[in-house]
Design a protein around this ligand. Structure first.
Ligand code: NAP
Length: 526
């Protein structure tokens, strides 16, 4: 398929005079073609079309929206190798990783289709009228969740498929019944356009209103803020930097009518190496840690960037094993020149902090934008005096915190900001200590892992990819898994509405077929 470089606004393909180019991170060379930069008139058109599509789209039955999501998935697969090759050129990510990410992307769309068919997403509750109740009768109360309105999605740089144009935020918003306007990530506009072609073709094939989907490209902050502050936009999904996420969060909150921003921003994902686990398998844990740390050049929001352990000979053994493994790791190309530079700057800043030692760096590199893995160490005493040591350095970097005892380790955990994940490496003999840490960990993180590693996020029903601030701007939600649909829904209660006027799903004869709560009791539906 030809990559046009045009904006995809509903069914229109618009070329602008102001353009930008993607760049190969492996060579810093410009990639063709030029991509049009959206301006305020394009924001106006995309939001107007999205708003016009909203009522029709949100009122479609679940089956029609499920088929639409499945059609998008099929169309993405039909793009074939061209999609993978363009993504590889724009991000430097290996083809094998991108193939896996494409699978995750289409499975995610199919999972939401399945979720729609199960109908439970509407959260229907019915409290039937109690006309004879004393001292006051109760009205008939019926509740369901409805779509919130047009959603703006910011594609992430580190997942050009699974967290981008047709990624988790788009899939969950479309499933909820919200039209989506994607602000494409400027580092992979060609990949973004190919996926936009897949979505646009699905919109047409399913006879949906054109405004259900638009893709706006640009490489200035102005475009993102114009979208977030536009009155017709009702919610935002974002994955990226803390600065970017907070700028958009603040913009959304200073609107005359503030809207929710679901921004996934920053996490260092603490891993506690418990004493008995270290004593029994220090070298094995070191090997598995380095594997998780360096996977994808560490460019995962769930990268294990913060290790804690109580000082012991086994901890020294762990450090030696980790050092040996890291020192022979060949650096690989990072996603963008900017991300590489931010990574090296972050490591330099960390190294210059009082008490910080370099345990190991990966091999020197002669390649362009290649990030060398880094393991640093510091005492808990120093760390507790310096919050800069707990800031995320995006890439394959981690800091090992030496604690004097369990009380100090717990103190460090209590001082941490919110996290996407927290991990315990433990043996059975560590259970008592783990039980004392867990109440703190569940207040800090969205997902707690035992004897695994935080990288690798299952897309499923029970997954939580979220966490207290600054992991996300709203720790009550997840951006991965079927619960993500809830971010783009709003509950509405219908009081004493005659059956003839009720939404179909809430009518007494219809509700029996779907999962719901009747007078507080859970019912599975027939
Ligand atoms: P980013 O700079 O936050 O950009 C993400 C998106 O937000 C882009 O579309 C960007 O477009 C837009 N944006 C950024 N700042 C904005 C602002 N002030 N106002 C309006 N729009 C804004 O993230 P990135 O480019 O992916 O990577 C930069 C850094 O983000 C990395 O070094 C890393 O620290 C972090 N990061 C974190 C994660 C994570 O999962 N936690 C993932 C990826 C990156 P424009 O630049 O065109 O405005």
């Amino acid at each position: 398929m030809t990559i046009s470089g045009k904006l995809f606004i509903g069914a229109q393909r618009i070329a602008k005079t102001e353009t930008f180019y993607a760049k190969s991170p492996a060579t810093n060379e410009t990639l063709q073609p030029a991509f049009s930069t959206a301006d305020i008139s394009d924001v106006e058109l995309a939001t107007t079309l999205a708003n016009a599509a909203f009522n029709t789209y949100r009122n479609l039955d679940s089956e029609t929206r499920a088929k639409f999501l499945e059609r998008i998935a099929d169309n993405i697969m039909a793009l074939g190798d061209e999609l993978l090759e363009r993504a590889h050129a724009e991000t430097g990510l290996p083809l094998v990783r991108l193939t896996g990410e494409r699978g995750r992307t289409v499975n995610q769309l199919k999972l939401f289709a399945d979720e729609l068919r199960k109908q439970g997403w509407q959260g229907v509750r019915i409290d039937p009228a109690l006309p004879d109740r004393k001292p006051l009768p109760r009205s008939d109360l019926r509740m369901r969740k409805i779509a919130i309105g047009p959603v703006v999605v910011f594609g992430a740089s580190n997942f050009p498929l699974a967290f981008s144009v047709a990624g988790g935020d788009t899939a969950s918003a479309l499933a909820a019944g919200c039209p989506v306007i994607v602000k494409g990530h400027p580092s992979h506009p060609g990949t973004g356009e190919l996926v936009a072609q897949a979505i646009a073709a699905a919109v047409q094939a399913c006879n949906l209103p054109e405004g259900v989907f638009s893709l706006l490209n640009g490489n200035s902050h102005q475009l993102g803020s114009s979208l977030v502050t536009h009155p017709l936009v009702k919610a935002v999904g974002f994955t990226g930097s803390r600065n970017g996420g907070m700028a958009l969060f603040n913009a959304a909150n200073s609107r005359p009518n503030p809207i929710p921003v679901y921004a996934e921003m920053s996490s260092i994902n603490p891993v506690v190496l418990m004493p008995h686990a270290l004593a029994m398998r220090a070298e094995k844990i070191a090997g598995d840690f380095v594997n998780s740390l360096t996977m994808g050049v560490g460019q995962f929001c769930t990268n294990p960037g913060f290790l804690l352990a109580i000082e012991s000979p086994a901890l020294d053994q762990f450090m030696n094993a980790a050092r040996k493994t890291i020192e022979v790791i060949t650096p690989a190309v990072m996603l963008t020149e900017g991300i590489y530079q931010a990574y090296e700057k972050g490591i330099t800043q960390l190294q210059s902090q009082p008490g910080v030692k370099v345990v190991a760096r990966g091999l020197e590199s002669s390649g362009v934008n290649c990030g060398r893995a880094a393991l640093l160490s510091v005492s808990a005493d120093q760390l507790l005096k310096n919050s800069a040591l707990t800031h995320e350095v995006f890439g394959a970097s981690s800091i090992l915190v030496h604690c004097k005892d369990e009380a100090q380790l717990l103190n460090v955990l209590q001082k941490l900001e919110g996290q996407l994940t927290a991990t315990l490496q433990l043996n059975a003999e560590d259970h008592a200590m783990a039980a004392r840490l867990l109440p703190t960990l569940e207040l800090k993180a969205g997902r707690i892992i035992v004897n695994g590693w935080p990288t690798g996020v299952e897309v499923s029903h029970a997954m939580v990819h979220g966490g207290p601030f600054p992991a996300t701007s709203d720790g009550r939600s997840t951006s991965v898994g079927t619960l993500a649909i809830d971010r783009f829904l709003r509950p509405v209660c219908y009081q004493d509405i005659p059956d003839a006027l009720l939404p179909t799903i809430l009518k007494t004869n219809e509700v029996v077929s779907i999962p719901h709560r009747w007078d507080g009791e859970y019912r599975t539906g027939k």
